[in-house]
Write a protein that binds this ligand. Structure first.
Ligand SMILES: *Cc1c(COP(=O)(O)O)cnc(C)c1O
Length: 355
């Protein structure tokens, strides 16, 4: 049998999370964000499963073309716009919408009989990408009168919608409303956190990412309480169970020393697969349905667990690293990161099994 580690992907959970998202979106369209290979879940799997989404958001033209090759016909948005002018032609041919954020991207647009469709990205307070919000109307006129682009939408991005203090987000919502209220154009502001916590941020189109994959965008609210189901279950098996003696040191550096005779399990999954190397001792791992603590250092291909509470565990017992029964958000918090990063880091060597 091959190495037992795999990322099991549930289409049913993904579809459920999409309905939850629609419920929050009201009458706004839903652009499913599938950049970074669908947050590590496989962009093609995600786009096929979410065939009723109104569009998809990606970070590069390569990601967009992967979707087109998979037969996705819905609008695809290049969330960082064009990186070189050659991409404008490719985008036009494949009906991709560039979200332009900089002067140099504007300069790539030349007058044409069939100007490309673009959205403008405005900076309303994140200070990362985008034009000053007050330039929105002027830029539109400039581009459309010169037949350089058809500006069909505007967007901005929220920096702090996941936090409990709403003030910074309200400032962004107000700035976006004011800059875009004149002129009929499609408007989009909210990510997962924004669309759940701020109904007034929905505008015409929302852009969920993380909630579709079943994780909570909020540190203080868990995914289950939001009705979200884990899409990815990273699962493996015990490949060794050792009867260690009192005083035996386990793994690199001998960080864990057995305080008494005890069974130690070895799981086929390590940082070379995307399990966080900084997961500290005590991080929960599900073995044969029971939570047991991680012990010692995370290796490239393995982790070790304390099996004292689970004497039934055997070589071949099923192990869940995160997913069904063990929220990725909880593992991420233990390792000092966010579930976004855990998902994106699942290595290509881990087979994705969809069901
Ligand atoms: C990644 C991204 C999103 C999705 O954010 P989540 O927090 O995952 O919901 C939305 N909009 C833009 C522009 C993004 O880059």
């Amino acid at each position: 049998m091959s190495r037992p580690l795999r990322a099991r992907l549930s289409a049913r959970a993904l579809a459920t999370n999409f309905s939850v998202t629609r419920g929050h979106a009201g009458s706004a369209q839903v652009m499913a964000v599938v950049k970074a290979n669908g947050y590590g879940h496989g962009a093609e799997f995600v786009a096929r499963t979410l065939h009723n989404a109104d569009g998809f958001g990606v970070a590069s033209i390569e990601e967009a073309l992967t979707l087109r090759e998979a037969g996705v016909r819905k609008p695809v948005y290049l969330l960082e716009g064009f990186f070189e002018s050659r991409e404008i032609t490719v985008a036009a041919r494949h009906g991709l919408i560039g979200v332009l954020h900089s002067e140099s991207q504007i300069e790539m647009l030349t007058a044409s009989d069939r100007p490309p469709q673009i959205w403008l990205k405005l900076d309303t307070g994140m200070h990362r990408l985008g034009f000053e919000a007050t330039r929105c109307a002027g830029l539109r006129t400039e581009l459309e009168s010169g037949a350089r682009a058809r500006v069909t939408g505007v967007m901005s991005h929220l920096a702090r919608a996941d936090e409990s203090d709403p003030r910074a987000t309200q400032v962004q919502i107000n700035a976006f409303s004011q800059a875009t209220e004149s002129g009929r154009i499609r408007r989009s502001l909210a990510n997962s956190a924004g669309l759940i916590a701020y109904p007034e941020a929905r505008f015409d189109c929302v852009r969920p990412g993380i909630m579709l994959y079943g994780s909570s965008p909020f540190a203080l609210r868990d995914a289950a309480s939001l009705g979200l189901l884990p899409v990815m279950t990273l699962e493996s098996e015990l490949i060794s169970v050792r009867a260690c003696r009192k005083g035996d040191a386990v793994g690199y550096g001998g960080d864990f020393v057995c305080p008494e005779p005890m069974p130690v399990g070895v799981v086929a999954c390590g940082y070379g697969d995307g399990y966080p190397r900084h997961a500290p001792p005590g991080t929960p791992v599900l073995v044969a349905g029971s939570r047991v603590p991680l012990i010692g250092r995370v290796s490239m291909d393995m982790i070790t667990v304390d099996l004292r509470s689970t004497p039934k565990a055997r070589v071949g017992s099923r192990v869940v690293l995160w997913g069904e029964g063990l929220p990725a958000d909880e593992i991420a918090a233990r390792a000092g990161t966010i579930a976004y990063e855990l998902f994106c880091n699942v290595n290509p060597r881990v087979p994705r099994v969809t069901m």
